[in-house]
Design a protein around this ligand. Structure first.
Ligand code: NDP
Ligand code: CA
Length: 313
């Protein structure tokens, strides 16, 4: 079976990754909206100073730049202009799609709505098209969005599709049904625009692997998708059981919240997972969990190296 080379703290960074027309490094991250993190989330053990934009923003940039991803997919972006300005100096360009009625609007001193963003390396790709979608639940628009880009690898002409989303939050049976409906709409949207080209579909799905949407995406879709972090095929466990134990780990008044809700899905027939970045250990994270002075978001970044395989186009 496939043996994943795990990127760990030692190989962290760009030194082991040489971008080529035949590979792809994707970074997926809910960076925590500045307005929500400071005024809404109520992280019980996170010092207020760690949530100041002036300290957080450099940690966010550092993490984005550290891995030299070819493509960066972000959620809870409410400082797109800052990110865009800094990432431009590193050779990236990007796009932002706001949530229609972002909860940030209701926060005093907000910096505008939060939403999803995709950045890509301009020397490697040219943009073929970008599409946005307000996700629908039973044909009614919700407050969640998706951003899709078709990118052409300049050197080979190979086209790939990248889509990111941030699905409805909160727990409960109804909410997991709503997320599943958003997932079906998302797959339909992606199917319409990406055809059979290699696809990466990543984001904060706000759903654990046991939720219906996980199967909707990995089993029921004609797009032939698998989850990158669960593709470690070294035992007979199902995909859902192979997911990492957490992608977010925070402490609220009601207790610790430690679970897996962020994913990088990819098309199995045209992409191959070469490596994934390991999540930090509990010890590295520290007893007060995140965000913290070391980790600027309550979610961890996921990084995956793909080989671009034979194209079915
Ligand atoms: P979601 O339920 O999807 O959540 C919005 C944000 O809240 C997410 O970024 C989510 O982060 C975060 N979140 C999740 N759980 C918690 C928690 N326990 N404590 C704090 N933050 C949490 O919201 P919607 O996009 O559907 O928007 C919420 C609605 O609230 C909007 O429609 C807005 O108009 C509405 N509203 C708010 C008002 C206000 O005064 N606050 C007034 C009127 C309307 P993550 O995904 O990382 O979990
Ligand atoms: Ca959040």
């Amino acid at each position: 079976g496939l043996k994943l080379r795990k990127l760990n703290a030692v190989t962290k960074g760009c030194s082991d990754y040489i971008s080529s027309p035949y590979n792809l490094r994707i970074l997926q991250w809910n960076i925590l909206s500045q307005a929500l993190g400071q005024m809404n989330d109520n992280f019980a053990k996170c010092p207020d100073e760690a949530l100041e934009w002036n300290s957080r923003r450099y940690l966010i940039i550092e993490e984005l730049v550290e891995y030299c991803p070819d493509i960066i997919c972000l959620q809870e972006v409410d400082h797109f202009n800052f990110l865009s300005h800094v990432l431009d100096t590193q050779g990236y360009t990007g796009m932002f799609v706001p949530k229609p009625d972002s909860p940030c609007f209701y926060i005093h001193g907000n910096n505008g709505p939060d939403g999803c963003a995709i950045f890509y390396r301009q020397d490697k790709f040219e943009l073929v098209k970008a599409e946005t979608r307000v996700l629908e639940i039973w044909r009614v628009q919700s407050n969640q969005v998706a951003l899709l880009m078709v990118l052409r690898v300049r050197e080979t002409g190979q086209e790939i599709c990248v889509t990111t989303t941030h699905l409805k939050a909160r727990k409960g049976a109804l909410l997991s049904t709503l997320r599943n409906e958003q997932g079906k709409d998302l797959l339909q949207f992606v199917g319409e625009h990406c055809g059979r080209m290699p696809l990466v579909l990543c984001g904060d799905f706000n759903a654990e692997p046991s939720e219906p949407i996980y199967n909707t995406i990995t089993c029921d879709s004609p797009l032939g998708l698998a989850s990158a972090y669960a593709s470690c095929d070294t035992n007979s466990k199902s995909s859902a059981e192979n997911e990492p134990p957490y992608t977010t780990w925070k402490i609220r008044d009601e207790g610790e919240i430690c679970h897996t809700i962020d994913y990088i899905f990819y098309s199995k027939n045209s992409l191959e997972v070469d490596a994934v970045l390991e999540l930090p250990t509990g010890e590295e994270i520290g007893e007060h969990r995140v965000p913290s002075f070391s980790y600027p978001s309550d979610h961890f970044s996921l990084v995956c190296d793909f080989k671009i395989g034979r194209s079915d186009m």
